[in-house]
Design a protein around this ligand. Structure first.
Ligand code: SF4
Length: 223
């Protein structure tokens, strides 16, 4: 093993160790009285691609991983069609986080409740630490709440999906590709112009240098 490989392995191991500590704190977190546990997070993947969703749904807690239900099926199909990776390959190569890590319960009108401002602020402390540990180069912001959290503004989906923004997020300069939420609650991505804009956004993800680096072996297999 050469010195660079040794150094890289050391960096990955130290990031994984820091993420394990953070996950233990997340597991023990009870900061939000209105949230329904358990806390949901993925494994400590030392990736420079960070996916941020809104919050787990009612099924993710018992399955113990993010995007484990129907929205996930759509999301992973998008990545399979664009990057060429399976769901498990995506989970192995991308760190999956969310604006809130507990299920917020149902909203009075149906659908999942959107986390409130205090809950977002409470959980943002974990996101900030994850960004500091991972130093991501690419953030995939999934759904309007995640997009607003990362960009600090809520542009119209039609103005944003299919573009890439360079921003500073928690003091790290990174690229952001926004994606619509795949939950099916909104048909935005199923009708034009959403369909075309989503295709453009997924092409941006697939062509990004960090995706090509992270999924190099997967891409070579498909070549
Ligand atoms: S949503 Fe986040 S801050 Fe609130 S209890 Fe769950 S893990 Fe803690």
């Amino acid at each position: 093993m050469d010195a660079t490989t040794k150094e890289t392995r050391k960096t990955i191991e130290s990031k994984q160790a820091a993420l394990r500590v953070l996950h233990a704190e997340l597991d023990a977190c009870r900061a939000c009285a209105g949230m329904i546990g358990p806390v949901v997070h993925g494994p400590p993947v030392a990736s420079r691609i960070l996916l941020i969703g809104q919050a787990p749904g009612p099924h993710e807690g018992k399955l113990g991983r993010p995007f484990a239900w129907t929205a996930g099926k759509t999301l992973f199909r998008w990545f399979e069609e664009s990057i060429g990776c399976t769901e498990e390959e995506f989970r192995d190569h991308v760190y999956m986080a969310a604006v809130a890590r507990c299920f917020p319960g149902k909203a009075p009108g149906g659908g999942d409740r959107r986390p409130d401002r205090q809950e977002i602020a409470a959980c943002e402390t974990f996101l900030a630490r994850e960004v500091a540990i991972l130093e991501p180069r690419l953030v995939l912001a999934v759904g309007t709440l995640a997009i607003a959290t990362v960009l600090g503004e809520s542009p119209k989906l039609a103005d944003l999906i299919g573009t890439m923004r360079r921003v500073r997020y928690h003091n790290v300069a990174l690229d952001v590709v926004a994606l619509p939420h795949p939950s099916g609650a909104s048909p935005w991505h199923k009708v034009e112009p959403g369909k075309t804009l989503l295709r453009r956004a997924l092409a941006l993800v697939a062509e990004h240098p960090e995706t090509r680096r992270a999924f190099g072996s997967v891409l070579r297999r498909g070549a």
